[in-house]
Design a binder for this molecule. Structure first.
Ligand code: HEC
Length: 225
């Protein structure tokens, strides 16, 4: 009974002593100093679970490998299909870096495919085929001229008659025209020689001021089959 009583009421001798000490001026100064230096204790603080540390570590590791493989050296032009390591015309590496077949394929699917179809097979009676067409695999100059000025009028391709409008792509660069022609001359079973950019430049210069499209007959007069 006495035991219980003494525990419940009033501070113990030890506590009383501490309280007395707390009142002491030097102790108060030390306490104030400690309070200033220590951060306010916050509620709910607990240590980070160790497995999170491993997950973050693994993510950093993966991120490092990913960047090493796919950063493209952080160049801004990694997605440019016309990218050249050095300005054009400054050595052999430049020419090797430009792939006319790749560029030509892109240009074809954007600008020719809707008429001549994905495999260059054309649509009988409407759009002539590019596969195995003597207009495609034959004379280079005749072919370049079709693209530079366009063509309209009756034409026969592989025994089938057509009479439509072949639009010009003369506003393209010589390099682009050479690329798309190189592509159509060497795709779907066609196996004709590539067309050089310089050849397009030469043919373009020979046209002078002419803007009107060709007729097939006219082209055949200059460049017979
Ligand atoms: C709007 C439809 C259309 C587009 C786009 C088009 N052509 Fe044609 N192309 C024609 C037509 C129509 C003819 C036949 C012209 C005629 O009747 O005189 C033709 C004819 C040709 C010919 C000669 C005939 C043959 O079949 O060999 C070639 C070569 C040719 N086109 C290549 C191209 C290339 C390369 C492109 C893309 C740069 C292209 N064409 C884009 C409609 C098109």
């Amino acid at each position: 009974m006495t035991d219980k009583h003494s525990k419940k009421t009033g501070p113990t001798a030890h506590e009383t002593h501490e309280k007395g000490a707390y009142k002491d001026e030097t102790m108060q100064a030390i306490h104030a100093q400690l309070m200033r230096e220590k951060e306010e204790p916050t509620e709910g603080f607990s240590q980070m679970p160790i497995f999170l540390l491993f997950i973050f570590g693994a993510l950093m590791f993966w991120g490092g490998i990913y960047l090493a493989n796919y950063s493209g050296s952080f160049r801004s032009d990694v997605f440019d299909p016309n990218w050249h390591p050095v300005p054009l015309g400054e050595g052999d590496i430049t020419e090797a870096a430009f792939d006319p077949m790749k560029k030509g394929k892109k240009l074809f699917s954007r600008q020719c495919q809707q008429c001549h179809q994905a495999e260059g097979q054309g649509i009988p009676g409407v759009y002539p085929p590019l596969v195995d067409s003597p207009w495609v695999v034959g004379d280079e100059e005749r072919l370049i001229k079709i693209l530079l000025l366009g063509m309209s009028g009756p034409i026969e391709v592989k025994g089938e008659s057509y009479n439509g409008n072949m639009p010009t792509v003369g506003m393209w660069s010589d390099r682009e025209i050479a690329a798309v022609l190189t592509f159509v001359r060497y795709s779907w079973g066609n196996e004709a020689s590539p067309i050089a950019e310089e050849k397009v430049t030469e043919v373009r210069a020979s046209l002078g001021d002419r803007k009107t499209p060709w007729t097939p007959d006219e082209l055949l007069k200059f460049h017979p089959m």
